[in-house]
Design a binder for this molecule. Structure first.
Ligand SMILES: NC(=O)c1ccc[n+]([C@@H]2O[C@H](COP(=O)([O-])OP(=O)(O)OC[C@H]3O[C@@H](n4cnc5c(N)ncnc54)[C@H](OP(=O)(O)O)[C@@H]3O)[C@@H](O)[C@H]2O)c1
Length: 348
């Protein structure tokens, strides 16, 4: 496969490179693309330094797949050229996620949505990916009527600059200097603040709106009652989520634990004796969505309410890994469409 990485110098782009390498994705040629600021830089892939090119409409000729993580504005601008090249665009930004003809795919949750793509497949918001991997098995088994999610989101969710800002501000505070916010609106070191996305007319910020809309689309449940509160915490990577569910039919915590233990992409960390539950220190750099604190919500009728505490690395499952899994599915569907070589005809 001829693969272009649009946004290869960013924190998600770098993670895509390692996931492609780790999963031995069949890369024939790799074209790392970024802004003109990065022209002349290199990225490392399979031990080789590859020059980064400035992305433009001519960057995609001959490519089979474009893995994009350069933000919605850049994707929107370059999408017509990508479509024209014939490459499949797998996009990490919010540009096309809610378009009716664009599948929004979490391979463990709604792989059936993928074949309908018309050249563009959207990778969902990172919170929505981690959330749906954890709740889809419960939704399938008994139905979820209402979902309340509160997040503890890492700095790297806002890009490389925000991740670097957490490191430098932590040093500043420890050495007695005032932390100066640049990439994020408020000090991130030793602080917690409401997610930095803009607040809309109903008081939800843009991240919360994405989580609510996208979760409904991924679960194919437009009527799901869902509310989200998204918060930034001083963690380098991995998002944590507190999830409260109101179920359509009763489900005991024991049955929920058994369902989740078998669910693809989920690992249970639910050790009540050692007080050991999902956390970024466990999830960082790993592929699974970790689920724990599986317990009955005592405020609801028996069996109808469930609480979960979930953590996943948003740079991996929330972005790069999910995108590469989609690319793997694209490769598999192409292989399935290639007609088998004609059997040799025996001449008598
Ligand atoms: N961070 C996450 O956890 C996460 C999770 C899911 C989805 N996403 C989405 O993924 C996208 C990238 O996020 P990120 O966190 O990786 O951001 P980032 O670290 O700031 O990286 C942004 C990338 O986009 C490139 N870029 C910027 N302007 C460009 C232009 N005009 N033309 C071509 N490339 C350009 C940058 O290149 P230069 O280095 O040259 O500036 C860089 O490679 C965003 O849409 C984000 O919402 C992020």
């Amino acid at each position: 496969m001829h693969v272009a990485i649009l946004g290869a110098t960013g924190v998600v782009g770098q993670e895509i490179l390692s996931v492609l390498e780790q999963r031995d994705f069949p890369v024939t040629t790799l074209r790392p693309l970024a802004s003109p600021r990065s022209a002349g830089r290199t990225v490392t892939f399979r031990g080789r330094a590859i020059a980064v090119e400035a992305a433009g409409p001519d960057s995609f000729a001959g490519m089979d797949v474009v893995l994009a993580s350069a933000g919605a504005t850049v994707t929107r601008e370059l999408a017509p050229a990508i479509r024209k090249s014939g490459a499949v665009l797998i996009d990490n930004s919010s540009a096309f996620r809610m378009d009716a003809d664009v599948p929004l795919v979490v391979p463990e949750v709604n792989p059936e949505a993928l074949p309908a793509h018309r050249g563009v497949i959207a990778n969902p918001n990172c919170v929505a990916i981690i959330l749906t991997v954890a709740v889809a098995p419960i939704h399938r088994a008994v139905g979820i009527r209402r979902l309340v999610v509160s997040t503890y989101q890492s700095a790297s969710g806002a890009g490389l600059a925000a991740m670097q800002e957490l490191r430098s501000q932590a040093r500043d505070v420890l050495e007695g200097r005032e932390p100066v916010p640049r990439a994020l609106p408020h000090p991130i070191a030793f602080n917690v603040f409401s997610h930095n996305a803009a607040i809309g007319p109903e008081g939800y910020n843009g991240e919360e709106t994405k989580v609510m809309r996208e979760t409904r689309k991924i679960l194919s449940d437009p009527d799901l009652a869902i509310t989200a509160t998204c918060v930034r915490v001083p963690v380098l990577r991995a998002h944590t989520e507190s999830i409260n569910l109101t179920l359509a039919r009763p489900l005991s915590p024991e049955r929920a634990r058994a369902l989740l233990a078998q669910a693809p992409g989920v690992e249970i960390v639910d050790d009540w004796e050692r007080n050991l539950f999902p956390m970024p220190a466990i999830a960082s750099g790993r592929d699974a969505v970790y689920v724990g604190r599986i317990r009955r919500d005592l405020s609801q009728p028996d069996g109808m309410g469930l609480d979960l505490f979930v953590c996943g690395d948003q740079l991996r499952k929330g972005a790069a890994l999910n995108a590469v899994q989609i690319a793997e599915a694209v490769v598999a569907s192409r292989a399935a469409k290639v007609p088998a070589a004609p059997a040799e005809v025996a001449h008598g």
